[in-house]
Every structure is written in structure tokens, then in C-alpha cells.
Write a protein that binds this ligand. Sequence first.
Ligand code: AP5
Length: 214
Amino acid sequence: MISGAPASGKGTQCEMIVQKFGVVHISTGDLLRAEVSAGTEIGNKAKEYMNSGRLVPDEIVTAMVMTRLSLEDVKEKGWLLDGYPRSSAQAESLEKLNIRPDVYIMLDVPDDILIDRCVGRRLDPLTGKIYHITNCPPDNEEIKARLVTRSDDTEEKVKSRLQIYKQNAEAVSSTYLDVLNKIDGNCPKEVVFEEISSVLSRLQKDKEESKPGK
Ligand code: AP5
């Protein structure tokens, strides 16, 4: 599981984790944005919450995550949950089903940096890749021309998302204290990834060694 405030770099790190470790990335933010774009019933319900930076009701998000977790690719490759659980009720839903992470990564970034990252973030609607107008711009004009800004990335909405994150963060992380890894997210993305990667590689090695017959 990967957690952290809005714009702490969860999505950016997930791209790199998936590339190296081949797990299935499940981002509730991405799943919800896809529902909104497709104009589904879930999307229509979620839209007003997302646009105002509030959490979408637990039952909608939990049902969506459970459906995704039950698919075959997840059983084969393992999962990487990004942005879920985000409330104590969501964490409880997973606990009841005995769904626990091997590691709970928490990205730590100061508030003023988070606001700048959100306001400067741009998304490529074609590839889903995340950019930033100054920290991480695209390397060609064609991509630059098609980038879009998320509707919840205004300074005002980011402040409200951050406040909601802070109200819930402790209740969620206290469920995973035994596997919690707090990582400094206020470094270049490659440096952050190196730290995450070393945690995951160690975990992978321990799992290999504990397999029967080893
Ligand atoms: P969601 O999409 O999950 O938004 P979020 O948690 O606010 O996180 P972000 O996507 O904003 O940021 P990120 O941490 O992924 O950062 P990123 O890598 O993009 O959720 C959106 C909404 O959906 C919620 O507000 C809610 O309404 C709803 N929702 C989602 N899950 C829910 C749930 N479980 N329950 C209820 N409602 C839910 O990076 C940000 C920027 O910083 C980018 O521009 C990037 O290039 C830059 N950057 C990244 N890393 C670095 C670095 N190391 N140095 C410099 N710049 C960096």
C-alpha cells in the first residue's frame, strides 16, 4: 500500500514500482476519474465529491476496490493499492476480509511543497502519465500540447483535500503500524524510488527465503 497527502508523489512512484516489480496498480483516484469520464452511475455520484475535494462515500469506493481486487491479474501478480484505504471505515473493510499489505509506505512531504506540486501538475490524457510544469515537464511539444489540469488541482481545493487527509491519516496508518515505512517524499523522484525499491526488494527476498523447501 502507498499513502500520503495529495501530491506527495504516490502516482509518480507507482509508475516506477509497477515497472520494476510488475504488481497491479490500483488507484482509487484513477478508477474514479475513469468512471467520471465514462459518465457511469458511479462517476456521476462521485463527481460532485471529487470536484469539491471531499472523499467519495466509503460504500462506493470500497465496492469498486473489491471488484478490482477479485480479478485474475491481481491473484497472479499481487496488488499495489494507491489512495485506499483513506478512512478508518475503509481500513476496517479490508481487515474484515483479512486483506493486509506486506508493507505500508507513507510518503512525507511538507504542506507548501504539496500545494505547488498540485497546482503545477499536468496529466497526459492519452497515456495517464503525470507531469509537472517545472519539476517534470514533458520532453516534446506534442505531449505538452495535449496535457490537462485536474479539476481538483486549484490551490483552494488542494487545501481542503489536505485538511481531509490530515483528519484521517492517523486512523488509517494506525491499522498498519506493524508494516509502516515512512519515506521522505521531498527529494527527487528517483531518490524516493531508490528508497522504496530497497524496501520492496528486501521484502521480496524475505518472501523467497521463507518459501517451503528454501
Ligand atoms: P487521488 O487521485 O487519489 O488524489 P490524491 O490522494 O489527492 O493524490 P494525488 O493524485 O493528488 O497525488 P499523488 O500523491 O498521486 O501525486 P503525483 O504522483 O500525481 O484522489 C482524488 C479524489 O478522488 C479525492 O479527492 C477523492 O474525492 C476521491 N478518492 C480517491 N480515493 C478515495 C478513497 N479511497 N475514498 C474516498 N474518496 C476517494 O504527483 C503530484 C505532482 O508532483 C506531479 O506534478 C508530479 O510530477 C510531482 N512530483 C511527484 N513526485 C515528485 C518529486 N519527488 N519531486 C518533485 N515533484 C514531484
